[in-house]
Design a protein around this ligand. Structure first.
Ligand code: FES
Length: 312
């Protein structure tokens, strides 16, 4: 079924036995929600046209024509009226007790998967970060590497050479997630090509953005450059190659570079793009290079509005 949202005019499809909320979030929309089980009312919407049926029981009191997106499913094409998050200010601060679901060790990196309780998903925008609180201490501002379209399964990339607040993590261990934070986010604009450039684990933020763009069926060209010192630092190289094979508009390059060579490498990348004035740039680079990188971008007439820059 096709679901159209007013006033934004955006549309998404629902398949089989899924709630309107699950379908909308999977399609990359930042719909408002909280409990996901019919209690909080934060996913309330007005049904303007079409038929729905209850998908799960709820006790929340609704007026005529009101529905809960988490508790209803479509029986026909629909028109609904609801709000969507357009900026970081539209997303509430959350604190969720999660559990370690999976640990993948690749070279000296850990891909950490956290699972939220069934009735609670983390709302965030692609590119944001959270605080992680483990039994032995915390990690501030850790980038979420997964797509906002699945707020129940969160992914993080940790460098095991850095000082981590645990010796060994085990499956099912509790981890509190607090957030989200940060303005390095995807903002809807369907007219621009996108250049994504990350150093080492800065890739995590970009992975979240790319997966969000895939959920949105983004049609403009997307170029990903992953820079790092050694081949072991490209810990998800195969994943990037898979995107390149599967997506028509996606290009990927991994580039060996030390910190000292990074600005030269960025300049070489800029020279390969002919319409920089039409592009949006997302860069995650070492902190000491921030000023030099901004100067370089301004030499190429890239305006501050085109630049999203985060440091690691
Ligand atoms: S998300 Fe709480 S009622 Fe739907």
């Amino acid at each position: 079924m096709q679901v159209k949202i007013i006033a934004s005019g955006r549309q998404f499809e629902t398949y089989g036995n899924e709630s309107l909320l699950d379908a909308g979030v999977r399609a990359g929309l930042s719909l408002g929600y909280g409990c996901n089980n019919g209690n909080c009312g934060e996913c309330k919407a007005n049904l303007i046209q079409g038929q729905v049926k209850k998908w799960q029981h709820h006790d929340y009191h609704l007026a005529d024509n009101e529905i809960l997106l988490c508790s209803y499913q479509a029986c026909s094409d629909l028109v609904i009226e609801t709000t969507e998050a357009h900026s970081v200010d539209d997303i509430p601060w959350q604190r969720i007790q999660t559990k370690v679901a999976k640990l993948d060790y690749i070279a000296h990196y850990l891909i950490l998967y956290l699972r939220t309780p069934r009735s609670k998903a983390l709302r965030f925008l692609a590119g944001q970060d959270v605080n992680l609180i483990f039994l032995g201490g915390g990690l501030q501002g850790q980038a979420i590497a997964s797509c906002p379209c699945n707020g129940k399964q969160l992914q993080f990339h940790l460098d095991l050479n850095q000082n981590l607040p645990f010796k060994k993590l085990r499956r099912s261990e509790p981890v509190v997630v607090e957030g989200p934070m940060g303005h390095f986010v995807w903002e809807d604009d369907y007219r621009q090509s996108v250049i994504l450039l990350a150093y080492k684990t800065g890739f995590a933020r970009l992975k979240s953005i790319i997966e969000h763009l895939i959920a949105l069926d983004y049609e403009q060209s997307v170029s990903l450059y992953w820079l790092a010192e050694s081949k072991h630092d490209f810990y998800l190289n195969n994943y990037c190659r898979m995107w390149e094979d599967a997506l028509d508009n996606f290009q990927f390059a991994k580039i060996n570079s030390t910190d000292a060579e990074l600005l030269n490498q960025i300049e070489t990348i800029l020279q390969q793009h002919h319409h920089l004035n039409m592009a949006r740039l997302y860069l995650v680079i070492p902190k000491p290079l921030k000023t030099g990188c901004l100067e370089l971008l301004s030499q190429y007439q890239i305006t501050p509005e085109q630049i999203y820059l985060e440091t690691i």
